[in-house]
Write a protein that binds this ligand. Structure first.
Ligand SMILES: C[S@@+](CC[C@H](N)C(=O)[O-])C[C@H]1O[C@@H](n2cnc3c(N)ncnc32)[C@H](O)[C@@H]1O
Length: 262
C-alpha cells in the first residue's frame, strides 16, 4: 500500500522508551518521506524527553496506568506532525486525561507558536457508571479533564467542555479557520464522518486532518475518497491513526541546526 506504513508487531523491549524510539522513528521517516518533509533537528529526542516527562507524571499523579510504548509512539508521531507542520490553530475532540493534548501542546510549546482548542464532553458522573475500573478517573474527579497535562504546557490550551455536536460548530464559527484537526472522541461512523466534514470546511489550504482509531469503521476511508485526499495511515498496531492533507502550498522547510538528524 503506497500511502501507509506497517510496522512489525513483535517489537518488545524491557526499555519501553527504546522500543518507542525505534518504532516512532520508523513511522516518522515514512510520514516525512511520504510528504517530502524534513523534521527540525533533534526532534525525535525532544519527543522522547516529553514521553519520559509524561510517563513520570502518570506515575506520580496516578492519573492512570501509563499506556505503554505503543501508544507513546503514536503520540510522538502526533508531536512530530505539529513540529513539522507548525500550525497556529489546532483543534481536537476527545481529551479524557489529556495524553494526545499533552503531546500536541508540547509540540506547540517547542515551536513557540499556536494554540490548542480541545473539546471534551465530560459526561456527568465521570467516564464510568459504576465504581471506577482500574485506570479510570473516579467520578468526582471528572472536573480534572486533561489531568495529565503538565502545568507548564497549559498556557497554550483552551478547553471547551460539552458535546462535540454542540461545541464543534460553535467553535468552528468562532475560530473561522484551523490548521490541524485531530479526532479522538465518539468513534461511531456517523459521528466521525460528521466531524471530518465539519472541520474540513474550516481547514486552511494545506491544513491537516488527523484521526485516531481509523480502523473502527469506514469513516476515514469514505471521507478520504470524498475529498480526493491522499490519506496517510500508520497501521502497524492499534490504535490506528490516519492523516490527510488538504491541497495547498508547499510546506516551509524547518530551520536545521547541526546534522539534521530527526
Ligand atoms: C479515547 S478518549 C480520548 C483520549 C485522549 N485523546 C487521549 O489521548 O488521552 C475519548 C474521549 O472522547 C470523549 N467523548 C466521547 N464522545 C464525545 C462527544 N460527543 N463530544 C465530546 N467528547 C466526547 C469521551 O468522554 C472520552 O474522554
Amino acid at each position: 500500500m503506497a500511502n501507509s506504513v506497517s510496522v512489525p508487531g513483535r517489537l518488545r523491549s524491557s526499555a519501553s522508551h527504546l522500543a518507542s524510539r525505534t518504532y516512532s522513528s520508523g513511522v516518522l521517516d515514512a510520514f516525512l518521506g511520504r510528504f517530502g518533509l524534513r523534521a527540525p533537528s533533534g526532534m525525535a529526542s525532544k519527543a522522547n524527553e516529553w514521553s519520559n516527562c509524561l510517563e513520570d507524571r502518570y506515575r506520580t499523579l496516578r492519573v492512570r496506568r501509563w499506556p505503554g510504548w505503543r501508544v507513546q509512539a503514536y503520540n510522538e508521531i502526533l508531536y512530530a506532525v505539529v513540529r513539522v507542520v507548525r500550525p497556529q490553530v489546532v483543534l481536537e475532540t476527545g481529551v479524557q486525561h489529556g495524553l494526545s493534548s499533552s503531546y500536541l501542546l508540547a509540540a506547540l510549546s517547542d515551536n513557540d507558536l499556536g494554540t490548542l482548542h480541545s473539546i471534551e464532553i465530560a459526561p456527568p458522573g465521570g467516564w464510568q457508571r459504576g465504581p471506577p475500573a482500574a485506570g479510570q478517573l473516579p467520578s468526582e474527579e471528572v472536573a480534572r479533564i486533561g489531568s495529565a497535562i503538565p502545568p507548564q504546557l497549559r498556557d497554550r490550551w483552551k478547553l471547551h467542555v460539552g458535546p462535540a455536536q454542540e461545541e464543534l460548530p460553535r467553535l468552528l464559527q468562532e475560530l473561522g479557520q484551523i490548521d490541524l484537526f485531530f479526532h479522538d472522541s465518539d468513534h461511531s461512523e456517523n459521528h466521525m464522518l460528521w466531524e471530518f466534514r465539519s472541520t474540513w470546511e474550516h481547514l486552511a489550504r494545506g491544513g491537516w486532518l488527523a484521526s485516531d482509531d481509523i480502523d473502527y469503521n469506514r469513516a476515514f476511508d469514505v471521507f478520504s475518497r470524498e475529498v480526493n485526499g491522499v490519506p496517510w495511515k500508520w497501521i502497524g498496531q492499534k490504535p490506528r491513526r490516519g492523516l490527510i492533507r488538504k491541497e495547498g502550498p508547499p510546506l516551509p522547510t524547518p530551520p536545521q541546526s547541526g546534522s539534521g538528524h530527526v
